[in-house]
Design a protein around this ligand. Structure first.
Ligand code: IPM
Ligand code: MG
Length: 371
C-alpha cells in the first residue's frame, strides 16, 4: 500500500495541462502515493446538472488530500443555457464546485503565498515575499442570498432603521447577498496568520478589512485580531482598509509579510498580490481544513488554451510544493522550491507569459531535472 492517497481532480480547460505537469514533478520526487481521479467541472454540469458529482465527494473521504487543476465558472443564467437539452428546465442551479468544496469539507483557511523569484522579468520588485490568509467558507461566499426577496426576510429586516429607504421597493426588484461572519471564523483565520508568522519569523500581520464602513463584520475581525495579537508580542499587528491595501501593495509590496482578510477581500487582494510576482502563473493556494486540504493554482481554466500545453505550470507546481509541506514532506517541498527558483533564474526554458515558447510540460521537465 502507498503512504498517501491523493484525489486527482484536473477539472476544466488548462487544468488538465497543468496537472500533467504536476505529475512529472511528483514522479521525479518519487512521492509514495496513489492518485485517484475524480470528475469535476463544466462537462459534468452540462451532462449531469452537477459540477461536483456525489462519486467525487466519496473520493474525498478515502484520500489524504486533493490536487485540483482549474474549473470554468459562469453566472447562473449563462450556466443554465449551456446545460444539455435533456437537463434543461429541471431546476438545476449552477454554483462553483470549488466554492462548494471549500464549504463541504470545511476548508476554512486559504493560504496563498506570493514570493518573487529572482530573475523573473514579470516581478514588480525582487524583494516581495508575502502570504495571504483568506477566510474560506464565510462572508460573501457563504451563499446566503435572496432574489426575489421573500417577504419574511424583508419584514424581518425592516426592524433596521436603515431599511426604511427600501420600504417601497418591490420584492422582485431587490437582491440581497449577506456577509455573515462568525467569531470562530474570524479567530481561526487570524490565529492561522499569526501562527504562520511566528513559525516563519515574519515581523508583521496585516489585517485587511473595512471597519469604518462595514462596522459589524469587519469590526468583529479587527477586534478579534487585536485580542489574538496580544499573544504574539514579537509580531506587529497592522490594520489597513482594503482599498488602501490595494494602493499600498502596488506602492510598497516589500513592506508586507502576512496579510489576513475575510473571504471576498482575500480573493481580491490575492489576485493583486499574484500580479506583483508575475501573475496567476505564479500563484498557488492551499485550501486547508482540520484534517483535509485541497491544493490548486489560483488561476482559472483559460478554455481557449485548453490542451495546448501553453500555460505556465509553475502555479500548479507550487501547489504541489504546498501539498508536500502540508503532508510533512518538507525535504521534497524544498527541493521543488529550489528547482523552480533555478529554472526561473536561468530563464532558458519558459512559457509564453515569460516571453518564451516552451510548453507547460517542457517547463515541468526542466524543473524536474533540477530536483
Ligand atoms: C479563487 C477564485 C474562485 C473564488 C472562483 C473560481 C470561484 O477566484 O480561488 O480565488 O472566487 O474563490
Ligand atoms: Mg480569486
Amino acid at each position: 500500500m502507498s503512504k498517501y492517497k491523493i484525489a486527482w481532480l484536473p477539472g476544466d480547460g488548462v487544468g488538465n495541462d497543468v496537472m500533467d505537469a504536476a505529475k512529472i514533478i511528483l514522479d521525479k520526487v518519487g512521492l509514495d502515493a496513489e492518485y485517484i481521479h475524480g470528475d469535476v467541472g463544466w462537462e459534468f454540469w452540462k451532462r449531469e446538472g452537477n459540477p461536483l458529482p456525489e462519486r467525487t465527494i466519496k473520493i474525498f473521504k478515502e484520500t489524504d488530500c486533493c490536487l485540483f487543476g482549474a474549473i470554468t465558472s459562469k453566472p447562473k443564467d449563462e450556466a443554465e443555457k449551456e446545460l444539455s437539452p435533456e437537463m434543461k428546465d429541471k431546476g438545476f442551479v449552477y454554483s462553483s464546485p470549488i466554492v462548494g468544496l471549500r464549504q463541504l469539507l470545511n476548508l476554512h483557511t486559504n493560504m496563498r503565498p506570493c514570493k518573487a523569484f529572482e530573475g523573473n522579468p514579470l516581478n514588480h520588485r525582487d524583494d516581495i515575499d508575502l502570504v495571504v490568509f483568506r477566510e474560506n467558507t464565510e462572508g460573501l461566499y457563504a451563499g446566503v442570498e435572496f432574489h426575489p426577496v421573500p417577504s419574511e426576510i424583508f419584514n424581518a429586516l425592516m426592524i433596521h432603521k436603515k431599511m426604511k429607504k427600501f420600504k417601497n421597493v418591490s420584492l422582485n426588484d431587490l437582491a440581497i447577498s449577506t456577509r455573515i461572519f462568525t467569531r470562530r471564523g474570524c479567530q481561526n483565520i487570524i490565529r492561522r496568520a499569526f501562527e504562520y508568522a511566528k513559525k516563519h519569523k515574519r515581523k508583521s500581520v496585516t489585517v485587511v478589512e473595512k471597519p469604518n464602513v462595514i462596522r459589524e463584520t469587519s469590526g468583529m475581525m479587527i477586534r478579534e485580531a487585536r485580542k489574538i495579537a496580544k499573544e504574539y508580542s514579537e509580531i506587529e499587528l497592522w490594520e489597513t482598509n482594503v482599498d488602501a491595501m490595494c494602493m499600498w501593495l502596488v506602492k510598497n509590496p516589500q513592506d508586507y509579510d502576512v496579510l489576513v482578510a475575510s473571504n471576498m477581500f482575500g480573493d481580491i487582494i490575492s489576485d493583486l498580490a499574484a500580479q506583483l510576482v508575475g501573475g496567476l502563473g505564479f500563484a498557488a493556494s492551499g485550501n486547508i481544513g482540520d484534517n483535509y486540504a485541497v491544493f490548486e493554482p489560483t488561476h482559472g481554466s483559460a478554455p481557449k488554451y485548453a490542451g495546448q500545453y501553453r500555460v505556465n505550470p509553475i502555479a500548479m507546481i507550487q501547489s504541489v510544493k504546498l501539498m508536500l509541506d502540508w503532508l510533512g514532506e518538507k525535504e521534497d517541498a524544498n527541493k521543488i522550491d529550489n528547482a523552480i527558483a533555478t529554472v526561473i533564474k536561468e530563464g532558458k526554458v519558459k512559457t509564453y507569459d515569460l516571453g518564451g515558447n516552451n510548453t507547460s510540460l517542457q517547463v515541468a521537465e526542466e524543473i524536474a531535472k533540477k530536483i
